[in-house]
Design a protein around this ligand. Sequence first.
Ligand code: NAD
Length: 285
Amino acid sequence: MAQIKTLTVLGTGVLGSQIAYQAAFSGFEVTAYDVDDQVLEQARARFARLAGIYQAEKVSDAAEGKAEAALKNLRLTADLADAVADADLVIEAVPELLELKRDVYRRLGELAPAKTVFATNSSTLLPSDLKDFTGRPDRFLAIHYANNIWVQNIAEVMGTADTDPAVYDAVVEFARNSGLEPIEIKKEKAGYVLNSLLVPLLNAAAGLLLQGVADPQTIDKTWRIATGAPSGPFQIFDVVGLTTAYNIASASPDAGSQAFAQHLKENYIDQGKLGVATGEGFYKY
Ligand code: NAD
């Protein structure tokens, strides 16, 4: 398995734009694909915004020119065949809809050269849910990034039983070469490592609040002081965004999750308090 040098990212939304920009910033030649030219215009604006953030936050040695120069490593196209013609690796970051992703892999499997490795950034699907639609299960796996990847710079790499170990190793190396800390996951697991730890913590915090055991400030303070963590669960909710928290809670059949969804809607979302992004959530910013 040759070293990965060229990357194509499918989907230029919240995560796809960050994945593409981070790789371009690290010196990779990156092609970003999305459905039409109008969406690509929005992608251009996202990339410019990311360059500003990388420069302002001095990500690694982002001297004046480096964040701006990364933009030159990015090519945008709405033609899928053109996008993948020379890709060593394709990372898929299209919406979290099973049938849509399967359809993307069906088309991709026909268009991409035999050498190309496919990787999904899906947060909630397992790569096994998609592998049979790729036409190349041995060259398919998951690489899962966290939002705000210039700060939360991990990449969880998770294969299926069919993934060729040499392909897995090449993707781990790609993650490292693109400035991320690879997290090697040995067995398929919904939620990877990060969300397998984080989701139960957030659910427990929501339970303590709804049962009237303690308020968010007290719960967060307990977690920070007792574990040394920089943030408590309600501070994390504010960063994730309360709309996302609401969507996840309301999709769960569990009665506690439903009650938490209702609590978020009535006390925060209906009043425009969506977390850090809007300046107020459980806390004011
Ligand atoms: P998003 O809605 O912000 O972006 C999705 C992009 O995909 C849009 O630009 C859309 O135009 C494009 N798209 C739609 N159909 C397409 C198609 N057929 N081919 C190519 N592009 C298409 O979504 P997002 O939040 O970036 O999430 C994308 C993936 O990343 C999901 O699988 C999600 O689980 C995962 N993820 C998201 C986060 C997060 O915090 N948002 C974190 C980790 C992983």
